[in-house]
Design a protein around this ligand. Structure first.
Ligand code: MN
Length: 130
């Protein structure tokens, strides 16, 4: 369990490093991409156990990247958690309705993140109706 691979797709360098360091410190393996294009390629090449996907990305945005992950057989079953700084009240609803496995709001809580990631992984292992 502790060696699960988390793919972080995030264009903000500070956020990327923060999330990577916290997850590595908690025993996870990490892979990182700064664009959706790179993240999609990485996810296909070595499918992670979970993707943390920033919604605001240059080029292909997180919503479209999510659609491509779900639409491609090698990555279709990988749990994907949206990470967003969007402040709109209905964003959470919109993201979950789109089929994301979860939602994390920026700023990321360093203290809460490891447990949040574990919870997403555990939820993804349960039989579901996706
Ligand atoms: Mn971003």
């Amino acid at each position: 369990m502790a060696d699960q691979l988390i793919l972080i797709i995030e264009d903000n360098e500070r956020n990327l490093k923060l999330v990577r360091d916290v997850l590595q410190f908690s025993g996870f393996r990490t892979a990182e991409a700064r664009t959706a294009e790179d993240g999609l390629a990485l996810a296909s090449a070595s499918p992670p156990d979970l993707v943390l996907l920033d919604l605001q990305l240059p080029g292909i945005d997180g919503m479209e990247a999510f659609r491509q992950l779900r639409g491609s057989p090698p990555t279709a079953a990988i749990p994907v958690v949206a990470v967003t700084a969007l402040a709109m009240k209905d964003d959470r609803e919109r993201v979950l309705r789109a089929g994301f496995d979860g939602y994390l709001e920026k700023p990321i809580s360093v203290r809460a993140l490891p447990d949040q990631v574990r919870a997403f992984l555990t939820a993804a292992e349960l039989p579901d109706d996706r």
